[in-house]
Design a protein around this ligand. Structure first.
Ligand code: GLC
Length: 477
């Protein structure tokens, strides 16, 4: 099958979050399936152009029209064949020759351009895929433009739109429709939402299938609490919607080979391996070097929906116990300040690392005993799976992908992978943390069984990739 994937970021070229990881793991796995030909399309950001480790070659130059604009475009290709799939970069100095990925006033125009340029690039390459999978609002215009203006070039191509986070939808003013998108008038209603333009809504209406990144989230986003206004559109299109829970890149997140760790380990020797990593992180972060103290960690963007208000509420009660707590991440000022202050108040117990550091993140996965993820909503979440691979037990709110990947430990500890709570409040969260701490301190054998169960669980992309293939086959017929 000929598969095109379109995204605004992908590891290792450009990554700001989970989408970037998915856009490495999923194409890699799809490309391993015999008979598949996979191409990935990305913007050519400034940072990638100046990075000597990515060698590219020019494939074509063409012009992309965007309403009244004519935008010069160059198409580059990664020369390295080792990924197993082709990686193409859309080059336009004006839109992508900037520092950083997102956060510009004209982001709407930048990604409308990108989505259209990708379709032009495929026609220039004469690469007519069976399916085009695009991701989040930044590439939401792909299925819309295809239906509106490119059908003749792609008569049989099916489109799949994947929602990684419904909170960011690509809203714009009403004049964006004529001034930027330049779509035929009969698409006005499709793009309109509450008098504005909403690109994610357009994709849901136009794509042949809509997927999201866990089974539970696919159910949740049909309700207003989770859908940020799109519940009506999703309910009307529910027949198109499938949830496919993400995997993680088990080659990258592997404590047996991870070069950032001071000692590598696997499920057979994790006790000694984690002890060495724990002592080293305690030393690095200035915490007392004590092997027996349960170490809890949270690695996250400090954003509201990550459930930080629950931790703020419960922190002091949890810190009455003999524990250590490490926070790694940046984000909203109020949370940064809270955790800085908490670390000053509890210097022996709390370390607040207010920064973005992927290597330290891996060292913490290896060092910690307990991983906290009380997200208010979580489309999938990847770090809870990484934590389990590193032998760290998750405590999570049973929502979205957290519910699908962390089944609760049952009463005799014969099943389940972590500790969960059902109702979003600080006391239930604290209760789940306390149940987890109780097992850790009172039942080392039970803890060992639980850790091994997590480390032995298959979180690879194998099964999810097969589910995408089943969907593609159903669409193509
Ligand atoms: C977004 C979601 C996260 C998901 C990731 C990859 O970042 O917030 O839950 O794991 O996308 O799909």
């Amino acid at each position: 099958m000929r598969i095109a994937m379109v995204a605004s970021e992908a590891a290792p070229y450009a990554k700001s979050g989970g989408l970037g990881d998915v856009m490495l793991g999923l194409p890699s796995e799809l490309a391993r399936i015999p008979g598949n030909e996979v191409c990935l399309f990305l913007p050519y950001y400034k940072k990638m152009k100046t990075d000597a480790s990515f060698k590219t070659e020019l494939c074509a130059r063409f012009t992309v029209s965007l309403s009244w604009r004519q935008q010069y475009t160059a198409l580059y290709r990664l020369t390295d064949e080792t990924p197993g799939y082709r990686v193409y970069f859309i080059d336009n100095e004006y839109y992508f020759g900037r520092d950083g990925l997102y956060g510009f006033l004209d982001d709407g125009e930048r990604y409308a351009y990108f989505s259209k340029a990708v379709l032009d690039a495929m026609t220039v390459l004469d690469f007519i895929p069976d399916v085009i999978q695009s991701n989040d609002w930044q590439s939401a215009m792909v299925p819309v433009y295809l239906n509106a203006m490119y059908r003749a070039a792609f008569p049989q191509t099916k489109t799949i739109f994947t929602i990684h986070n419904i909170e960011y939808q690509g809203w714009a003013n009403p004049d964006f429709f004529d001034n930027v998108l330049g779509l035929p008038g009969n698409f006005r209603g499709i793009m309109d939402m509450s008098g504005g333009v909403n690109m994610m809504k357009g994709a849901i209406e136009c794509a042949d299938a809509v997927t999201t990144v866990s089974e539970t989230y696919a159910q949740e986003i049909r309700y207003p609490y989770y859908a940020h206004g799109l519940d009506g559109i999703l309910s009307a299109n529910w027949f198109k919607l499938t949830g496919i829970t993400n995997g993680v890149d088990v080659r990258v997140f592997d404590p047996a080979t991870d070069a950032t760790l001071v000692r590598n380990y696997n499920a057979g020797d994790y006790i000694g391996g984690k002890a060495v990593n724990k002592a080293s992180v305690q030393r690095e972060l200035g915490l007392p070097v004590r092997p027996e103290v349960p170490m809890m960690a949270m690695i996250t963007r400090l954003a509201g929906h990550k459930g930080l208000d629950l931790l703020c509420y419960a922190a002091k009660a949890i810190l009455e116990q003999d524990v250590q707590l490490i926070i790694l991440g940046t984000g909203e000022q109020r949370f940064e300040n809270f955790f800085r202050a908490l670390a000053l108040e509890y210097p022996e117990k709390v370390s607040a690392q207010i920064r973005f550091d992927l290597k330290l993140a891996n060292r913490i996965y290896a060092a910690a005993d307990i991983y906290l993820m009380p997200s208010k909503s979580e489309p999938c979440g990847l770090s809870q799976m990484n934590a389990m691979r590193y032998g760290t037990v998750p405590v999570v709110n049973a929502t979205g992908g957290l519910k699908d990947t962390v089944p609760p430990v049952n009463s005799d500890n014969t099943e389940g992978l972590g500790f969960t709570f059902q109702s979003y409040n600080g006391d239930d969260f604290r209760n789940a943390v306390e149940r987890c701490l109780k097992l850790y301190t009172e039942d080392p054998e039970g803890w060992d069984i639980l850790v091994r169960r997590g480390m032995g669980t298959d979180f690879s992309w194998k099964k999810p990739a097969q589910k995408y293939m089943d969907l593609f086959h159903r669409l193509v017929g």
